[in-house]
Ligand binder design. Structure first.
Ligand SMILES: [Zn+2]
Length: 203
């Protein structure tokens, strides 16, 4: 359910409201990689929705006829429970309506669908207090939101890709390359999640 204040861009699903300029896919991909595919608020792993959509198409293509609850355009809980909780959403750090820039990764953060909804419900840009997931064995270091699965499936089954998928593919590959180059140059060497974890991390 969308609220009046809806300061988000659902990755690969609903279009942002009204006249808002869409966030370039490359910027979205850069934000997701920088944040290590973890929600900035609850630190849960997020899911790249187009991957679940592609998996669904591939299942259908393989003659699977039974019901599937991997993907739903609106991330409905009854139709796609994982996306309802964990779909990746790009969140504005500073509201666009307040002059937040729309083309810089610094102005965006990765959120899960649930945290983003909580934030929107508060009708403000004040961040909800984090509900951190206790991690006995540390934070996930290699989570990719199923984006690598998306890339592999896209390569294997190019006929299943929509125009939007091909754009996503390009953005994901480009951001991956940029990140590699940054790591080699020593400028982007830290894991994306660390940037935001420093406030609360104790070790
Ligand atoms: Zn969250």
């Amino acid at each position: 359910m969308e609220t009046a204040i809806n300061d988000k861009s659902a990755v690969g699903a609903r279009k942002p409201r009204a006249a808002r300029k869409p966030i370039p896919r490359l910027v979205q991909a850069q934000v997701l990689r920088r944040d290590g595919w973890l929600c900035r608020w609850c630190k849960r792993p997020v899911i790249f929705a187009p991957a679940m959509k592609l998996v669904t198409r591939q299942m259908r293509d393989s003659d699977h006829t039974g019901p599937l609850a991997y993907y739903d355009e609106h991330y409905r809980r009854d139709a796609a429970p994982l996306l309802d909780e964990l779909a990746a959403v790009i969140d504005h750090v500073e509201a666009y309506s307040r002059g937040g820039r729309h083309d810089s990764v610094e102005n965006f953060a990765t959120a899960c669908n649930k945290c983003n909804t909580r934030k929107s419900d508060r009708a403000s840009t004040v961040l909800p207090s984090p509900r951190r997931i206790k991690a006995k064995y540390g934070e996930p270091a290699h989570w990719d939101g199923f984006s690598e699965l998306f890339l592999v499936l896209g390569q294997q089954f190019p006929s299943l890709l929509t125009t939007a998928d091909r754009d996503w593919r390009k953005a994901l590959l480009e951001s991956r390359e940029q990140r590699r180059e940054g790591q080699e140059a020593g400028t982007g060497g830290t894991h994306g999640g660390d940037r935001w974890a420093t406030r609360t991390r104790t070790r």
